[in-house]
Write a protein that binds this ligand. Structure first.
Ligand code: PLP
Length: 384
């Protein structure tokens, strides 16, 4: 007999963890598996965190976060994307983008409600939807379409139970970005079918050439979008556990009530650190983007040279080479690459339909390590 709830019994362990565990037990392993910056947080961010502790900021904050942080987030979005949120009522500081996602989904869904999820996608989406009693309806995208979902296919998946669309550009795991025209088509669908759009823009600053399009800034979309953002990726702050959500007042009220009961407040020192990030760390962000871009070119050219077709990712820090051309499936490829050459990548099928036959490689790894990894992958592919 199990004491676990049916919901939890249905939760699958993340396909990523398994590879980390194996990789962690190896000596010479180069990991392209993990989705986090290799950079440490910028020095002013670290200093601000320490300073807040020295200033005895060791208490709970306001439920939704310290007002200076919410104000800074609101001003930042206004300045970058020309979209405006009231820091009092429409912004909440969360425990990473992860909590922001959980709040958004939990606030919206009744049991059985459906969420359209373009895949391959971040591994947490389906689990969070399941825990909220909802159903994720996966809509696979393809390399021929640069891993951007076809709006017609999205619309075709809508049923009377559809409540929301969950999009993520730049995308984990593919590095895809969506052009403004595509997002406008998605906006039109949301309006026509009266859906909420949850837009996970946690990689918004990590774009290479071109300007990020913030979904709620599109005409009419602010009122039906929950914007998910964070500091983990853009500011190299994964361990601080700080992110945010912005939404129109009524939806935010619901989200904030969940936050109040489940979390109370995001970590206090992390709030002060994130505030400093927004205030003074723009040049650090731009420097990191520049370095990611250099690595991005290296790995994309490298994979294509090796014979693993790779589309050009224009955001985040992932490349998504097609490994099925070797005759192996993605799991087999990743397993053998790890055991034979000690390079860890994540099988694309861990990210849902459309990911089969690909592997995710993070280039948030030092340049020389990437060169070495490409060498090993080249030898591996030649040896097959
Ligand atoms: N959303 C996406 C698309 C991600 O890739 C991640 C982390 O990998 C998150 C959200 C969660 O980020 P955080 O560390 O801020 O909780």
């Amino acid at each position: 007999k199990s004491y676990l709830s049916d919901r939890v019994a249905q939760l699958k362990p993340s396909g990523i963890r398994k590879f980390f565990d194996i990789a962690a037990s190896m000596k010479e392993v180069i990991s392209l598996g993990i989705g986090e910056p290799d950079f440490t947080s910028p020095a002013p961010i670290v200093q601000a965190g320490i300073q807040s502790l020295n200033d005895s900021e060791t208490h709970y904050t306001a439920n939704r976060g310290i007002l200076p942080l919410r104000t800074a987030i609101s001003e930042h979005l206004e300045k970058m994307y020309d979209v405006s949120y009231d820091p009092q009522d429409e912004v909440v500081a969360t425990v990473g983008g992860s909590e922001a996602l959980l709040l958004a989904i939990s606030a919206l869904l009744n049991p059985g409600d459906e969420v359209l999820v373009p895949t391959p996608c971040f591994v947490s989406y389906q689990g969070i939807i399941l825990l909220a009693g909802g159903v994720s309806v996966e809509v696979p995208s393809r390399m021929e379409n640069n891993f951007v979902p076809d709006p017609k296919e999205l619309e075709a998946a809508i049923t009377p139970r559809t409540k929301a669309i969950l999009i993520n550009f730049p995308s984990n795991p593919t590095g895809a970005i969506a052009e403004r025209e595509t997002l406008l088509e998605i906006a039109k669908i949301a309006e026509k079918h009266d859906l909420i759009v949850i837009s996970d823009e946690i990689y918004d600053r990590l774009v290479y050439g071109g300007q990020h399009v913030c979904f709620p800034a599109l005409p009419g979309m602010r009122e039906r979008t929950i914007l998910i953002g964070g500091f983990s990726k853009d500011y190299a702050m994964t361990g601080w556990r700080i992110g945010y959500a912005c939404a129109p007042r009524e939806i935010m009220d619901g989200m904030a009530r969940i936050h109040q009961y489940v979390i109370m407040t995001a970590p206090t020192m992390a709030q002060f650190a994130a505030l400093e990030g927004l205030k003074s760390c723009e040049s650090y962000v731009l420097d990191m983007v520049k370095e990611y871009d250099r690595r991005r070119k290296l790995v994309v050219e490298g994979f294509n040279y090796i014979g693993l077709p790779t589309f050009e990712p224009r955001g985040a820090f992932y490349a998504f080479p097609q490994v099925s051309v070797t005759g192996m499936n993605d799991e087999e490829f990743a397993n053998r690459l790890l055991t034979e050459k000690e390079v860890a990548v994540v099988p694309g099928s861990a990210f849902g339909p459309g990911g089969e036959g690909f592997v995710r490689c993070s280039y948030a790894t030092a340049y020389d390590q990437l060169e070495e990894a490409l060498d090993r992958i080249h030898q591996f592919v030649k040896s097959i």
